[in-house]
Design a protein around this ligand. Sequence first.
Ligand code: SF4
Length: 204
Amino acid sequence: MLWASSLRMQTNRLMIVAMTDQGAQAKKPRIATVSLAGCFGCHMSLMDLDERLFTLFDIVEFDRSPLTDIKHCGPCDVGLIEGGLCNAENVHVLREFRANCNVLVAVGACAINGGLPAQRNSLDIGRVLTDVYRVRAGLANNSEVPNDPELPLPLAKVHAIHDVVHVDHCLPGCPPGADAIWAFLTSLLNDGRPLLDKQLIRYD
Ligand code: SF4
């Protein structure tokens, strides 16, 4: 298929870019990924790259990501954000990514516009918490809204990440498919200009 041979050519180019002219190992681009207020589906799409993950591991290094055990994002070339902002911790992590990533990408509908979690935006968050933890049928006596100080404070509304930080690129979809992620990421790593064929964008 045409797209398959085009991806192969792209991969070959990327592997060449990963080497210096003299054959010494070039510094690999560093990528971080995180899931904020999302369902992890966008990360599952990343996993759907399947054997292309091996190529990716050859040409990049992963910083903070569910693929590593790194707790805080360090200086990176690209940050991929899944999910929007529903609590204070999401905002803190997003700011850390923005401060450390040269290029920040909003991946999927939740990061781009709040997505499914933003459906709560028409409701009062205090009323929702009371209904869920104190009013709902079947709760134990004296059930209270959790208030452990270690729990991140919920925001009154769910926000897209561009409400808080500058976003360089958006990769639409819910989730974007593995082929879309591959085309987007490889073109971005190749020359800094992400390309995405409309046929690769889907919202199912
Ligand atoms: Fe999940 Fe869709 Fe949001 Fe991605 S965009 S985190 S797949 S709900």
